[in-house]
Design a protein around this ligand. Sequence first.
Ligand code: SIN
Length: 318
Amino acid sequence: MGISFRRVGASLAAEVEGVDLARPLDDAARDAIHDGLAEHQLLIFRGQEITSDQLMEFGERFGELSVHPFAPHVEDAPALIRFENDADTPPFGTDVWHSDETFRAAPPMATALCAKVVPEVGGDTVFASMSAAYEGLSARLRGLIDGLQAVHDMKPFKQIFEDTPEDREQLRRFEAIYPPITHPVVRVHPVTGRRVLFVNPQFTIRIKDMDERESASLLDTLFHQALIPELQYRLHWRPHTLALWDNRSVQHYAVHDYWPQTRIMDRVTVKGARPVGVAAADPATVQKPKKLIAGAVSHGAHKPHLVEDDIREPAAAE
Ligand code: SIN
């Protein structure tokens, strides 16, 4: 039996059936997953009882793994992040909407996260399609942001450095390696040609060439797109669920409601390329935006009609 994708979310997400990730992926399966990822943006594999090595091998089938400069990783496997949270170690920094590591010049193209221990209640991850987020904006606003650039920064990780001479020196070194970096506000997905809203409240600090107030209010409007339920999919983890998301077109938010229960997840990320904006992309590959949010284009069956009982003389002002 081959791989199949069962769509489970309106704007993104499909469950993948017919693959056992404990076995090496052959080229046909790898290609099917690669294409399915671009199309569905979030792939969910249930019941995959795999080791950390097998997770890394799975990730490597899609490209070289990247090493996160700040996240907790396994000692002898720097590319393997382990989020091991319990009463003594609260989760940190993932309850903010973000795409992974956009403080890098070339953020990862994909992330694979595998659930090892899940809490009894809570601990879901919410995903948002940022291509649908872009398409949900008015044509006027899309026209404005298509040509803009935004600055991304490693700011949330600065707080992990102590106020000591050693840490201050270390922080300066990291700031030199990861200086604020500019990405297009709208990137073009290299596989689908869809335009993607590529700013996030975790790492994006300002819009280039705008004054601070303009930049802050525009970013606030753009950040709000990820909050629209129609554009989201909420993943409820079970032990041995593996999620693979397209970091070029998706943002996510880890819900920290489970703490102080235990939640243990393994994560790898696959290196990506520098995001390409609308102007720099080959025009032949750039898709025209679709209109996705029904309410924005029609009023359904709603129309005004007078209700006899409700028609009263306006109350006299006291
Ligand atoms: C992350 O932001 O990569 C973590 C997501 C999660 O823990 O659900």
